[in-house]
Ligand binder design. Structure first.
Ligand code: TRP
Length: 339
């Protein structure tokens, strides 16, 4: 047997678990939108199986369509990037991941910082139980399932944020071990680290996230709410630069649509640093930029939501590709191990 050929140039998964914020957009989605222009066979999937490691399926179900529509409205182009739903290849994938799990030890999975971090988040209230051993077994196997996603689709480049790097390393380790034992089969996936833009909460030093809703701008926030949130955002005294102001500047500059807006921001910040009192002007332009962005997004989203046939066509198309990939890889693997 020879190495399988890379089938998917760019491959990544999205957990359908939350209402998105502009930090999610700027940090995770925009980079993928930009990358999709550079390669031909891109595949993105909605990781509903990964999402039920620590959420009820009933809850996740509600987020699946919403996630799909959000990503389309934010610029994932179904001409360039096919989208599938993970559970549509659930049988093939879980069997495949099961066979992969033979090549990784319990100790290796327990060592993963991602598992420890998850447990910490979950058990914040009950610190005595803060042990990876107390994770449910599906959460424990999360990284093996992820290796399954990547290898079953014969993915070449996998763009992920920093927190997911250990999972990519594990995927490569499993592939290498398998190839060493049975001869070449899995082409090694490459990690494409997305340097996340760090957006802070509008109120304080924490990252912007849905767990601090008053400091977060959600993509579905109405425009009035957004104006109020920005009005009470922390910035800086005249002549000073703070992390919060920096973060607001990043938001403004990354969402700005015109050169004029960008130049205006630069000018205001210059004035600010020279000691002028201009934070009111800054917040006004920031509000305008964010509102324009959200209005456009929300309008697109409403339009797409109405096109049910189009939405199901997109998933059908993506699911078909994923199924072909899955069957091919699984067959090849079974052949190699004589199973
Ligand atoms: N674990 C990823 C996250 O939490 C999502 C994911 C699942 C993924 N399977 C993947 C990402 C495969 C890239 C490739 O963000």
């Amino acid at each position: 047997m020879a190495f399988l050929k890379y089938k998917t140039e760019l491959f990544t998964g999205i957990r359908p678990t939350a209402d998105l914020t502009i930090a999610n957009y700027l940090g995770a989605i925009l980079p993928i939108v930009k990358l999709q222009d550079k390669s031909k066979s891109n595949l993105v999937f909605i990781a509903d199986l990964h999402a039920i490691t620590d959420n009820e399926p009933k809850v996740i179900k509600q987020y699946i369509q919403n996630t799909l529509v959000d990503y389309l409205a934010l610029g994932i182009d179904p001409q360039k990037t096919k989208i599938y739903l993970q559970s549509e290849i659930g049988k093939e994938l879980s069997f495949f991941a099961f066979l992969l799990s033979r090549h990784v030890t319990v100790a290796e999975l327990l060592r993963l910082p991602t598992l420890k971090e998850k447990i910490k988040q979950k058990l914040k209230k009950n610190l005595k139980n803060l042990k990876p051993e107390n994770a449910n077994t599906f959460l424990f196997l999360y990284p093996v399932l992820m290796a399954g996603d990547i290898l079953i689709n014969q993915a070449k480049k996998v763009p992920v944020g920093e927190d997911q790097l250990p999972h990519l390393e594990l995927t490569r380790l499993i592939a290498r071990r398998f190839n060493k034992k049975y001869g070449p089969l899995f082409p090694l996936p490459q990690t494409l680290e997305i340097k996340k833009i760090r957006i802070l909460s509008l109120k304080g030093k924490e990252k912007m996230s849905k767990s601090l809703p008053e400091g977060a701008i959600f993509l579905n926030d109405d425009l009035k709410t957004v104006a109020q949130k920005i009005k009470s955002a922390q910035t800086a005294f005249e002549g000073e630069m703070t992390d919060n102001l920096k973060s607001c500047i990043l938001i403004a500059k990354n969402l700005a649509k015109t050169k004029k807006e960008t130049e205006l921001i630069d000018q205001i910040i210059k004035d600010h640093l020279s000691g002028k009192k201009v934070m009111k002007e800054f917040k006004e332009i920031l509000t305008k930029i964010v509102q324009n962005f959200l209005a456009e997004f929300q309008e697109k989203k409403q339009k797409i939501l109405k096109e049910k046939d189009y939405l199901s066509f997109i998933l059908t198309e993506g699911n078909k590709i994923a199924r072909e990939n899955a069957l091919e890889t699984l067959e090849a693997m079974k052949k190699v191990i004589h199973f």
